[in-house]
Design a protein around this ligand. Structure first.
Ligand SMILES: [Zn+2]
Length: 65
């Protein structure tokens, strides 16, 4: 077992790196989804308000279509 240590150590490092990489990917993906849900369809480039139905409630005057 001790003879395998020099081989296992980098293997563990690689496994930990891969797990951390995918862990972060999943974490970021979930956060992105949460943020997208939280801000709806996006942010207004002018005032930074939430975009609702492709319109900014502050900048766009309410009109159909
Ligand atoms: Zn706006």
């Amino acid at each position: 077992m001790i003879g395998l240590m020099p081989f296992l150590a980098p293997l563990y490092a690689i496994i930990i790196a891969i797990v951390a990489y995918f862990g972060i990917k999943v974490f970021v993906g979930r956060r992105k989804k949460q943020i997208q849900k939280a801000i709806g369809e996006g942010m207004c480039a002018v005032c930074g308000a939430r975009i609702i139905q492709n319109k900014c409630p502050n900048c766009d005057t309410p009109k159909t279509g």
